[in-house]
Design a protein around this ligand. Sequence first.
Ligand SMILES: Cc1cc2nc3c(=O)[nH]c(=O)nc-3n(C[C@H](O)[C@H](O)[C@H](O)COP(=O)(O)O)c2cc1C
Length: 362
Amino acid sequence: MFETKLTRLLKIRYPIFQAPMAGGPTTPELVAAVSNAGGLGNLGAGYLTPEQLRSTIHMIRQLTDQPFGVNLFVPEQPIESEEAIDQMTAYLNQYRIELGIATNPLLPKFSESFEEQVQVLLEEKISVFSFTFGIPPHDVIQAMKERGTVIIGTATTVEEAKCLEVAGVDAVVAQGSEAGGHRGTFLKNNSDAQIGTIALVPQIVDHVSIPVIASGGIMDGRGLVASLTLGAAAIQMGTAFLACPESGAHATYKQKILSANEDATEITRVYSGKAARGIRTKFINDMHHYSGTIPAYPIQNAMTRDIRQAAAKSNNPEYLSLWAGQGLRLANDGSAAAIVKQTIDQAYVLVKAMEKTLQEEG
Ligand SMILES: Cc1cc2nc3c(=O)[nH]c(=O)nc-3n(C[C@H](O)[C@H](O)[C@H](O)COP(=O)(O)O)c2cc1C
């Protein structure tokens, strides 16, 4: 019943994508469990070294023979003043002292080499390549196409979706403002693009001819039916999978996901320098009073990494980045396979009930 253009293209059973979530949640077990359950598991590989990326792909392949996707961050070349960096380093020292780690650390590496990550994906001939934060160079898209890889970009506005289509992607994720994690916004004039999923999806559907994947605040079968009704060919759910046993999210983070309400999140740049939606923490609240400039992504991301790692070790959620969408109350800790199954079963019941109502009325 839920076959779409995308399920046929990707050779998957259900139009349900588990969102790529870089930074740990999308373990090989989670990706494989979703693909084995008939959806599309996606590895968030933006922060992985080329070696980690290759070995993780091999681990997933040991757990599933079904298609899965790998997601990267399109790189940015930030320019930041030394003054802003020095001021931030000094400010962050208060947290380092509190967490018992070294103050004034040397600036770490900002990000992994996109070119080397892409090289691994080309060698591994992955089924699906998705990306966010921009559009990869033409030769990357071309090389992926030559290997038969399905390419999926991320848009937060109609304009971005149109640019992605022109660049040659096979499908586009329409990321609404409810979404957890980083905003995929990449056109500079759209820097504040915060269009809700229900408004964004049909507008993108009307302006591109490639399949659209609805994302942001979708947590169950109701969200699936609504998205298909809006013209989407699949859904991508992140927060819905964060608390499941296969997710690699920290235990304290999972507890927060399971106990927080729909109004617990905000969009903030304080952890990484790029707008992202997460559960409010002491760190976010403190940073509202920071008078300096927050260094651009990925500099700020690298600068707060030692603090986030120390917070994880001491089970302190207040300094962790607790990325999450607005559908929080609908999250549960069922297995990944159960989440896929519940979503499909609920959608099926809803569609049948709608058919019945229409027949009775007609
Ligand atoms: C913890 C977390 C990490 C994320 N990391 C990525 C990522 O690496 N790449 C990406 O394209 N999207 C990432 N996203 C955004 C998701 O692709 C998706 O847009 C979002 O999860 C949808 O909203 P929802 O969380 O309400 O389902 C992340 C989301 C979360 C919650």
